[in-house]
Design a protein around this ligand. Structure first.
Ligand code: MN
Length: 241
């Protein structure tokens, strides 16, 4: 049994190298897995399930091909594709999971999430997140014509880019106390997330229990895949061709 986890691909028509690596991964690796979990930020941005650009359709086709072959695919929204929703899932056979989801792997409860909710020191971002996750606001946004949404998103993205450059690195990482709080609340000793682009495995003690936090890597300069097979987790890279 092989289960794969990926996140932070930031797929976009501007990065064919990432897209090629992703397609190769889907057709030659994921196809042999039992399950594939995508923990957010699959896309650089996603402005709504009605955006049927040729690029979006080509990515959807990869998921459809996988689920039709019997590979179960699951998706948790990231901070860049939080508008990816039911229609995408219906078209691809992917199952949308809650922001925080506990799965069971060989009897062990494992918490999976994108990871942005762990960065609570980033107060500005958390305020932004609370705003854009309001259902009524998303309802309104989804009813704005597509070309206007494209303009709004471009505007927001430019602003985020400016801000990122001035933020310190430590504020962009997870807050350890929040990690421990959430893991205790969910009753798990293992957490898998992405978002911070700091691939690593952290072990630490909390309430006299050994905890493990596995962080997935981004796909900016190579692919990054977490594989769970024969009860062993391995984080590996996939070179661009
Ligand atoms: Mn993210």
């Amino acid at each position: 049994m092989t289960i794969l986890f990926i996140s932070d691909l930031h797929l976009s028509p501007l990065r064919p190298d990432i897209t090629d690596c992703f397609i190769d991964f889907m057709q030659n690796e994921a196809i042999h897995a039992e399950k594939l979990y995508v923990l957010g930020d699959l896309f650089e941005f996603w402005i709504g399930d009605d955006d049927n650009s040729p690029f979006n359709v080509s990515i959807k086709n990869e998921f459809k091909a996988l689920t039709e072959k019997g590979v179960e695919c699951y998706f948790i929204q990231g901070n860049r594709d939080f508008l990816l929703n039911k229609r995408f899932c219906k078209e691809t056979g992917v199952e949308l999971l809650d922001d925080h989801t506990v799965i069971e792997l060989d009897g062990e409860k494992v918490l999976i999430m994108h990871g942005d909710t762990l960065c609570i020191d980033d107060i500005k971002y958390q305020e932004f997140r609370a705003k854009v996750h309001k259902p009524w606001l998303q309802w309104v946004f989804n009813r704005i014509p597509l070309f206007i949404r494209q303009r709004i998103v471009k505007n927001v993205q430019d602003k985020i880019k400016e801000k990122k450059q001035t933020k310190t690195l430590c504020i962009m990482d997870v807050t350890q106390s929040e990690v421990e709080r959430v893991m205790q609340e969910e009753g798990v000793q293992r957490l898998i997330h992405g978002h911070t682009h700091r691939p690593d495995t952290h072990t630490f003690m909390s309430n006299n229990k050994e905890m493990t936090r596995i962080v997935l890597g981004d796909w900016y300069s190579q692919g990054s895949i977490l594989e769970y097979s024969d009860k062993i987790y391995s984080l590996h890279k996939k070179e661009f061709k």
